[in-house]
Write a protein that binds this ligand. Structure first.
Ligand code: NAD
Length: 340
């Protein structure tokens, strides 16, 4: 056994390795959900660091281990500072550490806000595909919250074959909504883009709804907005009142993870004292263990699993390594003789 060399991979290198790979990344995320469902992973609860003097901010640690053919351990350490956006810099920043399976040594540190957005968007596109099978495929999408994650989800939907006749955009911030519409125009979408200042209009005019806000507690509670049984990708997790959750078919990425931290499904569990409203995981749907009844909204609430970050991070590492562009820090591990 040898001590591995330590590499640092920049955001530019990460973006280069992931660019245009939407289909492969959705397949990778599908494979990891199946592996996780089969028990070939370790994914302890995320650890939330919060601050009394900065109540809207948090830093989350997501440790994880993947077995099977991937064989890598590691940790994502991701900050969310929503006030950054007003200052013109992104809300989230992150690093990912990869640890060697045999020695435990960390062997890479990767810029990880792009990895995190990528795995989130790949998971959303995967869910949109599986959860719309057996029903009419949505042609009208609505983005509720129009920041960076909304942009990544749109580009993953487009990159995996989705096209829409109509794209609705709703955001509390007119500047965010305008910025997202600008992105949509540049993306070459053929769908008609409509600003929806009224959230009810956005909901009622969309068969596929993507929630990507930074709301800390539910702000959508009118069941009648969901009369047309849309497919809802509830990526920001805390937008829907418990009564919406309870009236829907709920699919999560991992039940233990998702029913925590005051997510809408967690609030629904607190309200009813039971988890019976959760139909199953996306892996259950993909494996045919759960089928979706017609005549109800379908809500996918992905807590976001560290195993996905690890898998995408290892994919990036392998791509950069095979292109010969790994930047090593040669003297990183230095005290290597036990007795000097
Ligand atoms: N589940 C997961 O795996 C996962 C992973 C990554 C990010 N996320 C979540 O995605 C969300 C979006 O992240 P982002 O990086 O795009 O943030 P962002 O700050 O770039 O964008 C969020 C947007 O939501 C808008 N907004 C806030 N409250 C709103 C409301 N009540 N109604 C309408 N719009 C509202 C803001 O004005 C802003 O434009 C965050 O909540 C983040 O935690 C989830």
């Amino acid at each position: 056994m040898a001590v591995p060399r330590f590499a640092v991979i920049s955001g530019a290198q990460v973006q280069d390795a992931l660019d245009g790979r939407e289909k492969q990344l959705v397949e990778l995320v599908e494979a990891i959900y199946r592996l996780h469902g089969a028990g070939a992973s370790v994914n302890p609860p995320s650890c939330f660091l919060r601050f009394p003097d900065r109540p809207t901010a948090r830093i989350i640690a997501l440790p994880a281990s993947i077995g099977g053919p991937v064989r890598v351990d590691g940790l994502k350490w991701i900050s969310s500072f929503p006030e950054n956006v007003a200052a013109g810099i992104p809300r989230a920043s992150a690093v990912l550490i990869l640890n060697d399976h045999d020695t435990g040594y960390p062997f890479a540190c990767l810029e990880s806000s792009i990895i995190s957005a990528t795995r989130t968007a790949a998971s959303a596109a995967l869910a949109a595909d599986w959860l719309s099978r057996g029903r009419e495929r949505p042609t009208r999408v609505g983005f509720f919250g129009a920041g960076l994650i909304a942009r990544y989800i749109h580009s993953f939907l487009a990159g995996t074959g989705w096209s829409f006749d109509e794209i609705g955009v709703h955001d509390l911030s007119a500047a965010s909504a305008a910025g997202f519409c600008g992105y949509l125009e540049r993306s070459g979408t053929t769908g008609r883009v409509t600003l929806r200042p009224d959230p009810e209009q956005l909901l009622r005019s969309s068969d596929l709804v993507v929630f990507a806000t930074v709301a800390a507690r539910p702000h959508v509670s009118d069941l009648s907005w969901f009369d047309h049984d849309p497919l809802v990708l509830h990526v920001s997790l805390r937008d829907l009142a418990p009564e919406i959750v309870l009236a829907s078919t709920n699919i999560v990425d991992d039940v233990e993870h998702c029913l925590k931290a005051d997510t809408s499904p967690h609030l629904a569990e607190q309200r009813t004292g039971s988890r019976d409203f959760v139909a199953g995981t996306l892996d259950d749907v993909m494996a045919g263990r759960v089928t979706l009844p017609a005549g109800r909204p379908v809500v996918f609430s992905p807590f976001g699993l560290g195993v996905l970050d690890l898998a995408v991070g290892k994919y990036v590492y392998d791509e950069v390594a095979s292109s010969g562009k790994l930047r090593m820090v040669d003297d990183f591990f230095h005290e290597l003789r036990r007795h000097g």
